[in-house]
Design a protein around this ligand. Structure first.
Ligand SMILES: [Zn+2]
Length: 311
């Protein structure tokens, strides 16, 4: 059971003491919607069909609970959704859109960009974009690569994304990490420069500490570290040029009772640590900050001078 019910929820306006302390700058709230068996840590695991169905059903249930939570706080978010989900759960995608959230692409079936050539990546993008657009009737403008897999060696993705009609990307994590990241990329929104095109890039929030960017924007970092660390990252982001702190979460992170995947010790720890408390933590964030959809921030950035970064 989730510790949160609609009846007990209070809208943000009911917390004036919290409002006076909260940061007035908007934070971008995003969810990467994928079935749990698609996560990178389980890439080598051939999940049985029956178990896939279980994860698929739980993905829908948890996403709908998140939608209820956001409705209670009158918050709109961006949902980066795996394209196949638009085929398997078209009503869920339609309901996300109908609730005022942004529907964006999280690839066709959650394969990292490393697996593609520019041509096959373009096919993957079009399949995902078309399926999501058919479900909502709206143009998909944003993209997030599975496991933030736009890195130096896949930097060609920026040109392919621009050519596929995307307005912005949110796949470059300005950190040093074993799976992803471009450590010297800007920490606030920037223009990613490809060889022929440029694209708005919305990087997840980091906390600058000595010479390091600590990834604090979501996922395991959100569940493991005290919430104050994430919020310190938000405060730092708000002091940067064109402030827009991007947070990211996954529905499966809010489902502590789901069957566990057979992961290595380290991956299992990263994947499941803190899932019991993620719902209450998200609720705290919703009371303390003001949120916007990624596309709304991109619209505001259009008239501004942004840092440029060649990927
Ligand atoms: Zn993902």
């Amino acid at each position: 059971m989730f510790p949160f019910t609609k009846a007990s929820a209070k809208p943000r306006a009911a917390f004036p003491d919290t409002l006076s302390r909260m940061d007035p700058k908007p934070v971008i709230l995003s969810f990467d919607v994928e079935e749990h068996y698609r996560i990178e840590s389980a890439a080598g695991y051939d999940c049985p069909a029956l178990q896939r169905d279980v994860y698929s059903a739980r993905m829908e249930t948890t996403t709908r609970k998140l939608l209820d939570l956001l409705a209670d706080y009158d918050v709109r978010a961006t949902f980066f959704i795996v394209g196949r989900i638009a085929e398997s759960h078209p009503r869920l995608v339609r309901d996300i859109h109908a609730a005022g959230h942004e529907v964006a692409s999280h690839s066709w079936e959650h394969r990292r960009v490393h697996h593609f050539t520019p041509a096959t990546f373009a096919e993957d993008l079009h399949k995902s974009k078309d399926a999501l657009e058919q479900a909502t009737g709206m143009v998909v403008q944003g993209y997030r690569a599975p496991t933030f897999s736009v890195v130096r060696e896949t930097g060609w993705a920026i040109d392919v994304l621009a050519e596929a009609g995307f307005q912005y990307d949110s796949s470059i994590f300005p950190v040093r990490h074993d799976r992803y990241g471009i450590a010297d990329a800007p920490r606030s929104p920037f223009l990613a420069i490809g060889s022929q095109h440029r694209l708005f890039e919305l990087p997840p929030v980091t906390l600058r500490w000595f010479n390091f960017n600590i990834p604090v924007a979501g996922g395991g970092y959100f569940r493991l570290f005290p919430l104050g660390i994430l919020e310190a990252g938000i405060r730092q982001a708000n002091l940067l040029q064109s402030p827009a702190a991007m947070l990211y979460f996954h529905p499966w992170e809010f489902d502590p009772d789901q069957p566990r995947l057979p992961l290595s010790r380290l991956s299992g720890f990263r994947t499941y640590v803190g899932t019991q408390r993620s719902f209450s933590r998200l609720r705290k964030l919703l009371t303390r900050h003001r949120f916007q959809r990624a596309i709304d921030v991109v619209e505001q950035l259009k008239g501004q001078t942004l840092p440029e970064f060649r990927v």
